[in-house]
Write a protein that binds this ligand. Structure first.
Ligand SMILES: NC(=O)c1ccc[n+]([C@@H]2O[C@H](COP(=O)([O-])OP(=O)(O)OC[C@H]3O[C@@H](n4cnc5c(N)ncnc54)[C@H](O)[C@@H]3O)[C@@H](O)[C@H]2O)c1
Ligand SMILES: [Zn+2]
Ligand SMILES: [Zn+2]
Length: 339
């Protein structure tokens, strides 16, 4: 089997890799597709280097079929179609004991802290598995992880049908938040600066604008009778997005910060006092978000085919990273992991 080994210094080497037989409680998956996400791009750029043992295999947005099942694994059989919720919590820390194991103090993120899915065969704990229904293709199945991020963010925002939401940033996560929010019956305005992504959002029926040439607070007021947005999602990871997010919510509106920032950001705290705003952070997902994401994907309500702009072989992973860093004409790039 083949794997894409990250060797540091913005380089991958595709080569043979020994298969890891599943131990008790583990399964081995024949990986079909693996999506590349912003986190992988950050790793490629040298971020979180202290967490990686080089050469490192990345990847955590995947689909595949079970190839082997270790001892004491109930309910799973060879041939089952699956995706993985790539979290391995400790089970003993205060967060785990409070029922928030997805943000365990000692969380191992599979694909960063342990080897990931950009390889032909992948061995993981069986507790990470979610079953893919037959109605969902394996291509679509590789989108479940980012959809689960969006489901988690929208759930934590407590967005209700009929409410007005602004999503700042229209990358894969931002556009999925907009689509999940619309599927929940909310009205959505998306702000995105990349022309290709802006047009794709519009083509998918999302009201999307470029905040550089639009007076966003005025537009939000127009849509809401001067009240402001019920919910604002900050998904751009930009200083401009952080500056904008406090200017848009209504009285007692909610802001959900989804993006990850390399540096601490400047935020106008006065607006929290002035409009009694609420701020929530949202990190990864819980099992129910994966279940919800699989149901939503299988319902056919999400235009997943349009969001997957490229499917490339493992050998072109490095090229895919360069395309993503140019911020060009792509949304979600999938890597085909079968030879
Ligand atoms: N909370 C979590 O668990 C979690 C999970 C996945 C990703 N993330 C983070 O969420 C963010 C989004 O993820 P992604 O994969 O979509 O990343 P991405 O970088 O592909 O998308 C960000 C988008 O924001 C746009 N943008 C930049 N400045 C803007 C501005 N001022 N106004 C409007 N749009 C602007 C960019 O053009 C880009 O399309 C990233 O910061 C990522 O690290 C968080
Ligand atoms: Zn990801
Ligand atoms: Zn824990």
């Amino acid at each position: 089997m083949r794997a894409a080994f990250f060797e540091g210094n913005r380089t991958f080497r595709v080569g043979d890799c020994a298969e890891v037989a599943p131990r008790a409680g583990q399964v081995q998956i024949k990986v079909e597709f693996c999506g590349i996400c912003g986190t992988d791009l950050h790793l490629f750029h040298g971020a979180m280097a202290h967490r990686l043992t080089l050469p490192h295999v990345m990847g955590h947005e995947m689909s595949g079929t079970l190839a082997a099942v270790g001892e004491s694994v109930a309910n799973w059989r060879v041939g089952d179609r699956v995706t993985v919720r790539p979290l391995d919590p400790c089970g003993a820390c205060p967060a785990c004991r409070m029922g928030h194991s997805h943000i365990c103090h000692n969380l191992k993120f599979i694909g960063i802290d342990t080897p990931g899915a950009l390889q032909g065969m992948w061995t993981v704990p069986a507790h990470t598995l979610h079953r893919l229904p037959d109605s969902l293709s394996l291509r679509e199945g590789a989108m479940v992880e980012p959809i689960a991020v969006a489901c988690h963010d929208v759930r934590l925002s407590e967005l209700q049908a009929g409410e007005f939401a602004v999503v700042i940033g229209g990358g894969p996560i931002g556009i999925l938040i907009a689509l999940v929010a619309q599927a929940r019956g909310a009205r959505v305005l998306q702000a995105e600066v990349n022309p290709f992504r802006l047009q794709l959002a519009r083509d998918l029926g999302i009201d999307a604008v470029n905040p550089v040439d639009t007076d966003l607070p005025a537009l939000v007021n127009q849509h809401t009778g001067g009240a402001g947005a019920d919910v604002v999602f900050e998904v751009s990871g930009s200083a401009a997005g952080c500056e904008m997010m406090t200017r848009l919510p209504r009285t007692r509106g909610r802001i959900v910060v989804v993006a990850i920032y390399a540096e601490p950001q400047k935020v106008d705290l006065f607006r929290f006092f002035w409009r009694e705003l609420k701020l929530a952070g949202a990190r990864v997902y819980e099992a129910e978000d994966f279940d919800g994401a699989i149901r939503l994907a299988a319902s056919g309500k999400l235009p997943l085919d349009r969001l997957i702009t490229d499917v490339l072989p493992l050998s072109r992973l490095e090229e895919a990273m360069h395309r993503m860093e140019r911020g060009g004409d792509c949304m979600k790039i999938l890597v085909s992991c079968t030879d």
